[in-house]
Design a protein around this ligand. Structure first.
Ligand code: NAP
Length: 338
């Protein structure tokens, strides 16, 4: 089934691959960007059939443009939300656009009689603020936005997803909502303006990290995350569900090992030395960016995607392939000099 779908945040990393797949599968796609001055640039890197893609200007924190973008759509994929590359001045810089944007996407979708909104949430709305002993998380878990250990980004994603679900229950009417909750999204980049999540591979390759911190994350490929969004748009009988999109949990040391094993000389700057957790804690005293991740030291947060596999037949590619494709794409585009 293919209809007309609005993908919010067309300049984004995951949105780009989602738009490409939707168009390949016969959908007519509309997308929002903050300013139409970027339309030509975004069209350039998407490289799709221009007749099946149209652009609308809309910001998460304003009503302008949303009615025009939503009217006539059968489905919405709401991906736009701020994803910071480092520390933010104030957490409301993330929370307000994340929450208000989600509510806006839903409200205008309902008013336009859209059938279903697939909202991109995150494992950040699942696996944070829990006791240190818990190492595996499922769709039944919710991050605790009030916990001191929950950073600004997980807080923004948790508050936004909760607000969206509360709104759907109270005011959504016939509108259905499903969330896709990815872990760290890696994979080839379409443009120099890639997501903050890819920074981790860029920093490993460029040798800008003094060593390998004791941190880890679930790895998932951007092409597989896009595919899960497309499946979730139309699969019957899944209203209200959450779908984790994640491959296996990997430490930075394991990711570095994949780069060294598979890239040979191109991985010459990838560090081999492991940094102990206490070094990070000392650096965090002076560096707000490092402070944001001290809660991650030594933590395992495995987020199996069994539900997406069982219900939607979703099978992500191996993490090794994703890591190598990310690195090769960054090298090819000249983003990192190796
Ligand atoms: P991205 O490349 O940074 O894309 C974010 C998009 O949101 C961009 O199009 C950005 O527009 C837009 N945006 C941000 N603030 C906005 C505002 N105030 N008004 C309108 N648009 C705004 O990141 P991504 O990785 O594709 O992320 C897409 C979604 O996936 C987000 O909801 C993110 O939280 C979620 N997610 C990402 C990851 C990951 O590892 N990448 C993991 C889990 C969940 P501009 O280009 O104008 O800034």
């Amino acid at each position: 089934m293919a209809g007309t779908v609005l993908v919010t945040g067309g300049s984004g990393y995951i949105a780009g691959f989602t738009i490409r797949q939707l168009i390949a599968e016969g959908w007519t796609v509309r997308t929002t960007i903050r300013s139409l001055s970027r339309e030509a640039e975004v069209r350039g890197w998407l490289g799709v059939d221009n007749d099946r893609l149209s652009f609308f200007a809309a910001d998460l924190i304003s009503d302008d443009g949303w009615a025009e973008a939503s009217t006539g759509c059968s489905h919405v994929a709401h991906l736009a939300s701020p994803l910071p590359a480092g520390a933010v001045k104030h957490e409301d810089d993330l929370i307000v656009p994340a929450r208000e944007g989600a509510l806006r996407a839903l409200r205008f979708a309902r008013d336009a009689a859209v059938q279903r909104v697939v909202m991109t949430s995150s494992v950040a709305a699942i696996a944070y603020g829990h006791p240190p002993g818990q190492t595996t998380f499922t769709e039944a878990d919710w991050s605790d936005p009030a916990a001191a250990s929950t950073g600004a980004y997980p807080r923004s994603k948790t508050i936004a997803e909760r607000a969206a679900r509360d709104w759907i229950a109270a005011e959504g009417g016939a509108l259905e909502m499903v969330t896709v909750n990815p872990s760290l999204v890696l994979g080839p980049v379409l443009a120099p303006d890639f997501s903050a999540s890819v920074e981790v591979i860029k920093r490993l390759l460029s040798g800008s990290l003094p060593g390998l911190p004791p941190l880890g994350f679930g790895v998932v490929d951007v092409r597989d995350v896009a595919d899960l969004h497309v499946r979730a748009l139309t699969a019957p009988g899944i209203a209200g569900e959450r779908f984790i999109a994640s491959g296996r949990f990997m430490t930075m040391a394991a990711v570095a090992q994949v780069l060294r094993d598979r890239l040979g000389d191109q991985a010459a700057k990838v560090p081999t030395r492991r940094l102990p957790g206490w070094v990070l804690r000392v650096v965090a005293l002076f560096d707000p960016m490092v402070r944001q991740i001290t809660g991650e030291i030594g933590r395992t947060r495995a987020t199996p995607a069994t539900h997406a596999h069982d219900v939607l037949g979703w099978t992500p590619r191996p993490a090794e392939e994703t890591i190598v494709d990310t690195a090769e794409s960054l090298i090819e585009r000249g983003v990192v000099k190796v």
